[in-house]
Design a protein around this ligand. Structure first.
Ligand code: NDP
Ligand code: 2IT
Length: 444
C-alpha cells in the first residue's frame, strides 16, 4: 500500500465517526501523492504523515452557565491545537449546535495549510462549542462566553494560541471572551483577534475574509483576461464572510443576485441591497426572509435551492458540505465559470471533482478564505508593536497576501504538472512549508 493510502486507512481506523475529518484528510493526502511519492523514504523515516494527521493536543472541557430562567445549562467546549511547526496555534472559535470534535479537527487540519499559504508565522488550531447563540439574550451569551474562557484561558496566550471568530462568533463574543481572559490573567495582550477597534482590533479584520475572497477571484479572472465587471454572482450565507464578499464584489462591478441563511434564500434580480442585509443580520440578528419586507420586488424561497440560480460566479460562504454534486451540476448547466470558497470545505468531494473535470475555475477554501486569518496575523503584529495601521495600509497588505497566495498555488500546480488544478496547488504549497519546518525541528 502507498504511504498516503496507509495513512488515510489509519486515520479512518483511529478516529471513528469523524467523517468531516476523514474527508479533509483524504482531499489533502490525495493531492499530495506526487510530493509524498517523491520523498517517501525520507518522510516514512520520520513518520511525517503520522505526525501531521495527529493533533499536538486537544483540550475538551465542560462549560456550565446559567440561562435567563435560572436553569444551569452545560455545553461541550474544545480547543484543537493541531500543529505549531510554523507558529503559535491560530484559528477561530465556532459556536453552533453541530460542533463536535470531528468537525473541529477537520477545521484545525485545514487551518494548518491555510495559515502556511498566508506566508505568515501561524500554526493551525480551531475550537468552539455546541452552544447555540441563536435566540439567546446578550446576558446568556456573556455568561456562556465567560464560562468558556474561564477554562480556555489556561491554554492560550499571545505567543501560544490565538483564537478568533468563526460561525456564531463575531465582535460581541470576542469582546466577552477578551474581558474574561484579561480579568483572569491580568494580561492586556493580543490573545484573540477580531477585537474591537477601541481595544486592540485591526482595521479591515471585519471585512478581511470576504474582501480577500473577492481579491483572489479578481486575480483568477485577470489571468484569463477577464474581470468582475458585469458578472452575476450568487453568494450563500449572510454572515460575516458572505456580507463582505458581497460588498467587495459589488465595488468591483459585479451584480450579486442571491444570498441565504439556513432557512432559505432571497433572489433579487436588481442586485442585493447590502445595507438591508447588514441591518437584518448585523443589527437585528434576524432572518434573511425579512429582506423581502424591505425589498418587495425580491423573492424569498424557503429551503435549499440557491445553487439553481443562474450565475457566472458562485461563492459558497456558509458552511461545510453545503454544495453537493447535484448542486454542482445545476451550476454548470446554468453556465457557471468560476467557484471560490469563502466557507471551509463547503463543496463535497464529489462536487469538487466535478468542477475540476468540467473546466470550472475553482479556488478551494484554504486558499480563497485565507484573508481572514492573514489579517488576524496582521492584528497580532500590530498588537506586538503596540501600533495601529491605517485601513489603506492593512487593505493593501491583504490584497498583496491574496495575490501572493494565487501565485503560490498556481506555481505549485504547474511544478507538479497539474496546471490550473488549484486544489492540488493549494495543498502542495501549504504542505511544503509545514513539512520543511517539521523536518527541521526533529521528532516532536
Ligand atoms: P457567521 O456566523 O457570520 O455566518 C454563517 C452563515 O452561514 C449564516 O448565514 C448561517 O445561517 C449560515 N450557516 C451556518 N451554518 C449553517 C448550516 N449548518 N446550514 C446552513 N447555513 C448555515 O459565520 P462566518 O461568516 O464567519 O463563517 C462562514 C464560513 O466561513 C464558515 O465555514 C467559516 O468557517 C468560514 N470562514 C470564516 C472566517 C471568518 O473570518 N469569519 C475565515 C475563513 C473562513 P444561519 O444564521 O441560519 O445559521
Ligand atoms: O477559518 C478561519 O480561517 C477563521 N475562522 C479565521 C481564523 C482567524 O484566526 O482569524
Amino acid at each position: 500500500m502507498s504511504y498516503v493510502d496507509e495513512i488515510y486507512a489509519r486515520v479512518v481506523e483511529q478516529n471513528p465517526g469523524e467523517k468531516e475529518f476523514h474527508q479533509a484528510v483524504k482531499e489533502v493526502l490525495d493531492s499530495l501523492r506526487l510530493v509524498i511519492d517523491a520523498n517517501e523514504e525520507e518522510y516514512r523515516k520520520i513518520s511525517l504523515l503520522e505526525r501531521l494527521v495527529e493533533p499536538e493536543r486537544i483540550i475538551s472541557f465542560r462549560v456550565p452557565w446559567v440561562d435567563d430562567n435560572g436553569k444551569v445549562q452545560v455545553n461541550k467546549g474544545y480547543r484543537v491545537q493541531f500543529n505549531s511547526a510554523i507558529g503559535p496555534y491560530k484559528g477561530g472559535l465556532r459556536l453552533h449546535p453541530s460542533v463536535n470534535q470531528g468537525i473541529l479537527k477537520f477545521l484545525g487540519f485545514e487551518q494548518i495549510f491555510k495559515n502556511s499559504l498566508t506566508g505568515l508565522p501561524i500554526g493551525g488550531g480551531k475550537g468552539g462549542s455546541n452552544f447555540d447563540p441563536k435566540g439567546k439574550s446578550d446576558r446568556e451569551v456573556m455568561a456562556f462566553c465567560q464560562s468558556f474562557m474561564t477554562e480556555l484561558s489556561k491554554y492560550i496566550g499571545a505567543d501560544e494560541d490565538v483564537p478568533a471568530g468563526d460561525i456564531g462568533v463575531g465582535a460581541r463574543e470576542i469582546g466577552y471572551f477578551y474581558g474574561q481572559y484579561k480579568r483572569i490573567t491580568g494580561l492586556y495582550e493580543g490573545v484573540l483577534t477580531g477585537k474591537g477597534l477601541t481595544w486592540g482590533g485591526s482595521l479591515v479584520r471585519t471585512q478581511a475574509t470576504g474582501y480577500g475572497l473577492v481579491y483572489i477571484v479578481d486575480e483568477m479572472l485577470k489571468h484569463v483576461n477577464d474581470s468582475l465587471e458585469g458578472k452575476t454572482v450568487v453568494i450563500s450565507g449572510s454572515g460575516n464572510v458572505a456580507i463582505y464578499a458581497c460588498e467587495k464584489a459589488q465595488q468591483l462591478g459585479a451584480k450579486v443576485v442571491a444570498m441565504n441563511d439556513s432557512n432559505g434564500y432571497v433572489y433579487d434580480a436588481d442586485g442585493i441591497k447590502l445595507d438591508v442585509v447588514k441591518q437584518i443580520k448585523e443589527v437585528r440578528r434576524g432572518r434573511i426572509k425579512e429582506y423581502v419586507d424591505a425589498v418587495p420586488t425580491a423573492k424569498y424561497t424557503a429551503g435549499k435551492g440557491i445553487w439553481t440560480i443562474p450565475c457566472d460566479i458562485a461563492l459558497p460562504c456558509a458552511t461545510q458540505n453545503e454544495l453537493d454534486l447535484e448542486d454542482a451540476k445545476a451550476l454548470k448547466a446554468n453556465g457557471v465559470k468560476l467557484i471560490a470558497e469563502g466557507a471551509n470545505m463547503p463543496s463535497t468531494r464529489e462536487a469538487t471533482d466535478f468542477y475540476l473535470e468540467n473546466g470550472i475555475m475553482f479556488m478551494p477554501g484554504k486558499a480563497a478564505n485565507a484573508g481572514g486569518v492573514a489579517t488576524s496575523a496582521l492584528e497580532m503584529s500590530q498588537n506586538s508593536q503596540r501600533l495601529s495601521w491605517s485601513f489603506e495600509e492593512v487593505d493593501a497588505k491583504l490584497h498583496d497576501i491574496m495575490t501572493g497566495i494565487y501565485a503560490k498555488v498556481a506555481d505549485a500546480a504547474k511544478r507538479y504538472g497539474v496546471e490550473g488544478n488549484f486544489v492540488a496547488g493549494a495543498n502542495i504549497a501549504g504542505f511544503e512549508k509545514v513539512a520543511e519546518a517539521m523536518k527541521a525541528q526533529g521528532i516532536v
